[in-house]
Design a binder for this molecule. Sequence first.
Ligand code: GUN
Ligand code: ZN
Length: 434
Amino acid sequence: MNMKAFRGEIVDFTGDPGDGAHALRHFSDGLLFVSGGRVQAVGEYAALEADLDDSVELIDCRGKLILPGFIDAHVHYAQTDIIASRGADLLDWLKRYTFPAEAAFDDPQRAADTARFFCRELLRNGTTTALVFATVHPASVDAVFAEAERLDMRLIAGKVLMDRNAPEYLCDTPASGFEQSAQLIERWHGRGRLGYAITPRFAPTSSDEQLELAGLLWRENPTAWLQSHVAENPDELRWVAELFPWSRSYLDVYDHFGLLGERAVYAHCIHLDEQDRQRLVETATTAAFCPTSNLFLGSGLFDYSDARARGQSLAWGSDVGGGTSFSLLRTLAEGYKVAQLGGQGPGAAEAFYGLTLGAARALQLDDRIGNFEPGREADFVVIDPAASALLARRMEGCDGLEERLFALMMLGDDRCIDSTWLMGECRYHREDAP
Ligand code: GUN
Ligand code: ZN
């Protein structure tokens, strides 16, 4: 099998930097061996150089950083074309832009075109895995999975479940939503690198019956993921209280229907009380922090420090199209500022852990992706830390790796992504863009 070796500055994580200083692994002049789509070995160039015989294709990335591919834990592919649409707040924005835009995805051609652009945009930003909302139409799920399969990209996606409080043309029924989701699980879940997420949009657009059936479907398919939104906006909270008068809180609605737990990812988690926060931790449910969206829609400030202090399972989401960038570097930069307002923003090690091994753990995929342990799928990103004049100048003044990574997360964006590799194959190269 043909072996490739990548020489460059290699950084990954073997644990959570919050748990100890040795979680960050760094080879300043490193070598990463890949064959059969998997990591074979990683280490210092000097230690591994002897293995570079004629059969090995050497890819010289010196001057660049090599990191595990980034993981976007919350994004809507069908909202790609309405990114940066101005709304008064979440509910206004959903009505004015989101629902009409999603209506177009009953057209398989439109879905396929958008899926192609979307996956390309992920790669352009160094994102190698995403947890994706499609739309209510099964064809929209087929389209994004087909594109991910073509690229051999690890992707989790699901059909939106929505049977009320949305335009008629976007509604399913409890029975049809259940049936279509079950068929999609059958067709796609566990096929190659693809996984299915049961996807109730959010409590206000599902009846009790639909949420009940979502819980049943998850119990019948415990290896599937579950994704939704919770506690994003104060008006949304009031609405949920009216629609589910028996519930103690918004999160309690999901809890009641058995929708919390490992492999469940809830975007936003902003307006939660003490009991909700404890419940998220107790159930090992993941919160997806989506700062560009939370700021853009004026939804509120996620309490990052509190979540970390509690040991909350956390991941980062671009939340495009509520979010304003596909770049998880820009997402980190905005999240850092939000976290600073609420206490202390993450250092660079913690932040990049959150995009890689941290997110892989949250998705229970850390035996496959997230770092460069031998046997892991070779999904990684080659980063040019001097992609702009300002970055280049700032890098020169940095003292050590963590300072450089911090400047990268605060100033970086898609310009820094030199190339993105899936299963050891180059799927994006800046020079060849678009
Ligand atoms: N809540 C329900 N649907 C959505 C959505 O599409 N985007 C965001 N940000 N929040 C939601
Ligand atoms: Zn969202």
